[in-house]
Structures are given as C-alpha cells and as structure tokens.
Write a protein that binds this ligand. Structure first.
Ligand code: PEP
Length: 254
C-alpha cells in the first residue's frame, strides 16, 4: 500500500506573515489526517519561517526549485545542501512553469533531480503534456519521454525518495481537470515506464500524484483511482479549507 502524498505548491504567492499563517492552518487541518504525507512548498525566502511554523507536526517543507551544484559562483542559485540546512526534505523538479516560463529542459531537470537525491532530499518530478500534445494523442509519449529523461542515471536505491507528479499543462491553474479515468490511464503508463527502467518493485512502490486544478470537490474521484497516489496542488493549496479537504480525500482512500 502506497502512502498518499499531498503537496501544496504555493508558487510565488504569500508573504512571510501570510505564509506562516497558512502553514499553521495546514498543520491544524491537514496534520490531523493520519496516513497521508503532507508537504508545503513555500517561496524560498520563507522556508525557515514556515519550517518553524510546522515544527513538531507531521507537515513537511519542500522547495520549489534547486540548483544542481553544491556551491560556487552561481549568483542567485540555491544548492541542495542549503535546502537541507534550512530543514527542507523535498524539492520539485521539472514543474511545467519552470519548463515553459523559465525554459528548463529535460537535461537541467535531470541534473537538479539527481543532485537533490544525492543530498538526501525527496524529489517530486513533474511531467505532463500540453493541450496540443494531448489533442494529437501524444500524452503517453510526452510523459514517457519526460520520465525517462528526468530519471536518467538515478540509482535504484534512490527511487524510494522519488515521487512523480502527472500534471497536464492544460489543467494547471485553468480550472480544467483531467477526468479520473484519464488521470488513471496516464498514471498507469508512467508506472509502466518506471517498471521498464527500474523493475517491478520500484514501479509498485513509486507514488504518482495528479496535479492540475485539484480542489476539495474533485479530489475524491481522482484519489479513488488505483494508480493515483495523491495530488500536487497549486491554487487550492492557498486556501486552508480546500487544501484540508484534499488531504481528507487522500486519507479516506487509505
Ligand atoms: C501546480 O502548480 O502544480 C498546480 C497543479 O496548480 P493548480 O492546482 O493551481 O492547477
């Protein structure tokens, strides 16, 4: 049985005071749900304050991005070791906003992912197709490509700290959600890719989240799917009641 994992990606939202308030609310609402791993991803400058706010609870803190080098002349960047030093246990890699707004390619995603795993962090690798790619029937092909390139040269023993988020780009922040059946189909294919790369045990253990306009209202049907092991949540993660309802839907699945 895979433990469901719910991530709240706050993106470039909140400020220090609001972030702390939100984190405390998440501890109250989501922290009470047993059997679900809950992680919040605040903006980098608020990692320490949010870490302090969730201290002693089951809620974990992750970063939205990382650089792959350990240290040196990389102005503006943050290393995996620095995230660990700030109490982070997770980091996102390959979020579609980084792929398409910041133009990060699969090679960069892979470098970051491996550096983060090497430093002991858990990593959520985000994959997903655009609307055009979906319309021309390329969903599984894109997910396979991004999964294979993202996980290239990952050591089998590191897979226990790896989560994949299937996030169709057309569903992110749009209010459009993949149907539960479409999400299940995509997740099934992604798990098959992991099986091909790392074997049956790793494929059976890897958690695959769905992301894309998840709300309290649609979480239950998504979470009922056998290959949907949680959600990566953007907009609704800024609303404690909504986020709490999503975590509750994941808990009900356990
Ligand atoms: C995300 O940013 O990963 C995301 C899924 O956003 P939203 O829930 O707002 O669609």
């Amino acid at each position: 049985m895979r433990t469901p994992i719910i991530g709240g990606n706050w993106k470039m939202n909140t400020n220090r005071a609001l972030g702390v308030e939100l984190a405390r609310a998440v501890v109250k609402l989501a922290g009470a749900q047993g059997g679900v791993q809950t992680v919040v991803f605040p903006p980098l400058p608020y990692l320490l304050a949010v870490g302090e706010a969730v201290r002693g609870s089951a809620v974990q803190v992750g970063a939205q991005d990382v650089y792959h080098a350990e240290k040196g002349a990389f102005t503006g960047e943050v290393s995996p070791g620095m995230l660990v030093d700030c109490g982070c246990t997770w980091v996102l890699a390959g979020h579609s906003e980084r792929r398409h707004v910041i133009h990060e390619g699969d090679d960069m995603v892979n470098l970051k992912l491996r550096a983060a795993l090497h430093a002991g962090l858990g990593v959520i690798l985000c994959v997903g197709e655009s609307l055009h790619q979906r319309d021309v029937g390329e969903t599984n092909h894109i997910n396979e490509k991004q999964t294979r390139l993202g996980l290239r040269e990952v050591r089998p023993e590191e897979m226990a700290r790896l989560v994949i988020a299937y996030e169709p780009i057309w569903a992110i922040g749009t209010g459009k959600t993949a149907t539960a059946d479409d999400a299940q189909d995509a997740h099934w294919h992604i798990r098959a890719v992991v099986r091909d790369m790392f074997g049956s045990e790793a494929a059976g253990a890897v958690r695959i989240q769905y992301g894309g306009s998840v709300t309290g209202a649609n979480a239950q049907s998504l979470m009922a799917m056998p290959d949907v092991d949680g959600a990566l949540v953007g907009g609704a993660s800024l609303k404690p009641d909504e986020f709490g309802a999503i975590v509750a839907a994941a808990a009900a699945r356990v």
